[in-house]
Design a protein around this ligand. Structure first.
Ligand code: DMJ
Length: 644
C-alpha cells in the first residue's frame, strides 16, 4: 500500500517520491527492529539466542546486582504478554484453587492442610515451553546414539545392590525388628491397594483414596514411591503388582499443574531407582518420557525453574502464589541435581545435566549474605528476594543435594563439594546454637535475626552432616560426626519429650522451651521420616546401638498411635495421649519412613552407602563411576541395551 503512487504527486526514481521512500524505509527498519527484538524477548527463542550469543555467553543474568534481563522483562510485562495483567507475583491469582494438598515436603512448611503455603496457588508468571528441547526418547536415541547397559552398570557396583544375603542382620532380635517393619509395609500397602489403588494416597479412616493436585494429574504416587521399598524388602508379589500398574496404568499424558519438585523427587526418583535396582526397561522408558515433560520449567530468563509446571503440551510454568514476589524456592530448584544427572546418564542427552549445572553455576556465583543461601530467588532477575535462611523447610534438601552430588559423582564433583563445605561453615557460624539445657540445634535466620526454632524437616541434617564428615577439610571429620550426633540427639529429644514419643512438626528453644512445640499449630506429626533417616545414617556411620533403640521406639510409637484399621495415619497433636488422626497415609511413609527403618535393622551391605545415595524421597540412586563404565562398555551387539 505504501508503494502505490498517489495521484497528482510527481514521482522520482522507481516512481516514488523521496518522502515516500523515506516513510517506506522507516517502516521497513521498524519492522526489522521489531522482529529482531522479538527473537530475543520471546522465551521460546532459546535456540536463536544461542546463534546470536557466543557459546559461553549464558543468557542467565549476572547475579547479585540489578541486571539487564530484569530491566528488559519486568514481571508485570511478562504477565501482560500472557494476558494476565496485574497479577502480582506474590499475590494469589483470582481463580482460586482448593487447597487439597496435605503432602509434606521440606520445601513447604505444611500443617495438615490449613496453612497459607499449602494452597495450590501458583502466581501466573507464564513462560511458553522450550519445545525444541522436548524431544521423545526415540528422537533422543537418534540424536545421541546412546546406549546404556544395565549389565555394565552392575559391574561397576562395589557390592551387590541387595547385599550378600538381602541385608539379613545376624542377630535374631534385630531380625525380628526388621520383620516387624516389613509387616508394617505390607499392611500399609495392602490397605492402599484395597481402598485407594491407583489414587495418590490412602485415607485410612474414611477408607478411600486421595488424589490432590500436587502431581498435575499424575496418579499412583504411593505405587511409584513404593516400588524400591517393596523390592528391597523382598515383597515380590507386591512389587510385581506395582510394576504392572506402572506398565499398564501410569499415564504420563496428563495436562495438569504439578509441583516440579514433588514430581521430580517422587516420580522421577522412584522410577529411576526402580530401574537401577531391577533393570526393568519399563521404568527407564517412563522416566525418560517424564523427564522430557519437565524441561520447559527451566525456560525462564535465568534458567532457574519455577515451582509449578503444566505437564501438558503447553509446558507453561508458574511461581507459587505464596512465594515472595514470584520467586522460586531454594529447596525446590536446588533439589533436582541427582535425578537430572541420572536422566542424562540413561538417555545420553546432556540437556538434563546442563539445566541443573546452570542452576549450580548461578548459585555459586551469587553474593551470599554471610555465606548463607536465602530461600527465595527470582527466576527472572536472578536476585535473592528475601533473606530468610533455613536448613529446614524451604532450604533443606538444597544442602543435601550438594553433598550427595559430590558423593554420587564418585567424589569428582569438586564444585559441589566446595559449595557444601562453605555452606556448612556459614551454617555453623550463623545458625548452629546450643540451648541452655545443652541441646545443639540449627536455628532459622531472618535478615540477621535468629528464630530459635527447628522444624522436623531440619532433622534430616544429622544424617547429612554425618555422611559429609569424611570429605571435609582436614581434621574436621570427628567434629562433623560429633555435630551430626548432637543434632540427631536433639531430634530424638523432640520425640521423647512428647506423650506419644513422636516428634512435632516444629520445636523451639525460647521462652523456656527445649525441643518442644510451643504453638498449637506445630504439634502435628504426619508420618515424616527425617528423624529416622538420621538414625539410619548415624547407625551406619557409628554402629552405636542407641540409634537402633531409638528407631525401635519410633516403631512402637507408630504402631500405638498411627496404626488404624486400614493403614497408618498422621496425628494432630503429639502431646495428647488420646490421639486424633489426620486421615492421611502419606506416600513418603512408604518410600522413606519404612525404608529407613528397614535399613536401620539390616546389615550395611543392603544398599551400601559406598554404591548408593538416596534422593530426598529415599530413592536410592547409584554412584556414577564414569571410568569404570567406560572401561566396561562394549559395542551394542555385545549385550548393551539400546534405548528404543
Ligand atoms: C518428603 O517428600 C521428602 O523428604 C522431602 O524432601 C521433604 N518432605 C517429605 C517428608 O517429610
Amino acid at each position: 500500500m505504501v508503494l502505490r503512487k498517489l495521484p497528482g504527486v510527481s514521482a522520482s526514481g522507481m516512481g516514488l517520491r523521496l518522502s515516500q521512500k523515506f516513510v517506506f524505509l522507516l517502516f521497513l527498519s521498524g519492522l526489522v527492529t521489531l522482529c529482531f527484538g522479538a527473537l530475543f524477548f520471546l522465551p521460546d527463542s532459546v535456540r536463536l539466542k544461542r546463534i546470536f550469543l557466543s557459546k559461553n555467553e549464558s543468557p542467565a543474568v549476572t547475579v547479585g546486582s540489578d541486571n539487564e534481563l530484569s530491566k528488559k522483562v519486568p514481571v508485570d510485562q511478562e504477565h501482560q504478554r500472557t494476558g494476565l495483567k496485574g497479577v502480582e507475583a506474590n499475590v494469589k491469582p483470582k481463580v482460586s484453587r482448593k487447597p487439597s494438598v496435605t503432602h509434606g515436603a521440606r520445601t513447604v512448611e505444611r500443617s495438615v492442610g490449613s496453612r497459607a503455603q499449602d494452597e495450590w496457588s501458583p502466581a501466573r508468571a507464564h513462560e511458553p515451553p522450550a519445545r525444541d528441547e522436548r524431544v521423545t526418547s526415540a528422537a533422543l536415541n537418534a540424536q545421541h546414539g546412546t546406549t546404556f547397559s544395565h549389565e555394565t552398570f552392575k559391574k561397576c557396583l562395589l557390592k551387590p545392590a541387595l547385599g550378600k544375603d538381602q541385608g539379613n542382620p545376624s542377630d535374631s532380635e534385630t531380625l525380628k525388628r526388621r520383620e516387624k517393619v516389613k509387616e508394617m509395609m505390607k499392611f500399609a500397602w495392602d490397605n492402599y491397594k484395597s481402598y485407594a489403588w491407583g489414587k495418590n494416597e490412602l485415607r485410612p479412616l474414611t477408607k478411600n483414596g486421595h488424589i490432590g493436585n500436587m502431581f498435575g494429574g499424575l496418579r499412583g504416587a504411593s505405587i511409584v514411591d513404593s516400588l524400591d521399598t517393596l523390592y528391597i524388602m523382598g515383597l515380590m508379589e507386591e512389587y510385581e503388582e506395582a510394576k504392572e500398574w506402572v506398565q499398564n496404568s501410569l499415564d504420563l499424558n496428563s495436562n495438569g499443574e504439578a509441583s516440579l519438585f514433588e514430581v521430580n523427587i517422587r516420580y522421577v526418583g522412584g522410577l529411576l531407582s526402580a530401574f537401577y535396582l531391577t533393570g526393568a526397561e519399563i521404568f527407564k522408558q517412563k522416566v525418560l518420557e517424564l523427564g522430557e515433560k519437565l524441561l520447559p520449567a527451566f525456560n525462564t530468563p535465568t534458567g532457574i525453574p519455577r515451582g509449578v509446571i503444566n505437564l501438558g503440551s503447553s509446558g507453561t510454568s508458574w511461581s507459587w502464589g505464596w512465594a515472595s514476589a514470584g520467586s522460586s524456592i531454594l529447596a525446590e530448584f536446588g533439589t533436582l541435581h541427582l535425578e537430572f544427572v541420572h536422566l542424562s546418564q540413561l538417555s545420553g542427552n546432556p540437556v538434563f545435566t546442563e539445566k541443573v549445572m546452570n542452576i549450580r553455576k548461578l548459585l555459586n556465583k551469587m553474593e551470599k549474605p554471610h555465606g548463607l543461601y536465602p530461600n527465595f530467588l527470582s527466576p527472572v532477575s536472578g536476585n535473592w528476594v528475601q533473606h530468610h535462611v533455613s536448613i529446614g523447610g524451604l532450604g533443606d534438601s538444597f544442602y543435601e543435594y550438594l553433598i550427595k552430588s559430590f558423593l554420587m559423582s564418585d567424589k569428582t564433583d569438586e564444585e559441589a563439594k566446595k559449595m557444601y563445605y562453605s555452606a556448612m561453615d556459614a551454617i555453623e557460624t550463623n545458625l548452629v546454637q546450643k540451648s541452655p539445657g545443652g541441646l545443639t540445634y540449627v536455628a532459622e535466620w531472618r535478615g540477621g535475626i535468629l528464630d530459635h526454632k527447628m522444624g522436623h524437616l531440619a532433622c534430616f541434617s544429622g544424617g547429612m552432616i554425618g555422611i559429609g564428615a569424611d570429605d571435609g577439610p582436614a581434621g574436621q571429620k570427628q567434629h562433623y560426626l560429633d555435630l551430626a550426633a548432637e543434632i540427631t540427639h536433639t531430634c530424638h529429644e523432640s520425640y521423647s519429650r512428647s506423650a506419644t514419643k513422636l516428634g512435632p512438626e516444629a520445636f523451639r528453644f525460647d521462652g523456656g522451651a527445649e525441643a518442644t512445640a510451643t504453638r498449637l499449630s506445630d504439634r502435628y506429626y504426619i508420618l515424616r521420616p527425617e528423624v529416622i533417616e538420621s538414625y539410619m545414617y548415624m547407625w551406619r556411620l557409628t554402629h552405636d546401638p542407641k540409634y537402633r533403640e531409638w528407631g525401635w521406639e519410633a516403631v512402637e510409637a507408630l504402631e500405638q498411635h498411627c496404626r488404624v484399621d486400614a493403614g497408618f495415619s498422621g496425628i494432630r497433636d503429639v502431646y495428647a495421649s488420646t490421639v486424633s488422626h489426620d486421615n492421611m497415609q502419606q506416600s513418603f511413609f512408604l518410600s522413606e519412613t519404612l525404608k529407613y527403618l528397614y535399613l536401620l535393622f539390616s546389615d550395611d551391605d543392603l544398599l551400601s552407602l559406598e554404591d548408593w545415595v538416596f534422593n530426598t524421597e529415599a530413592h536410592p540412586l547409584p554412584v556414577i563411576r564414569q571410568t569404570c563404565l567406560q572401561e566396561h562398555s562394549t559395542k551394542p551387539d555385545d549385550g548393551q541395551t539400546r534405548l528404543e
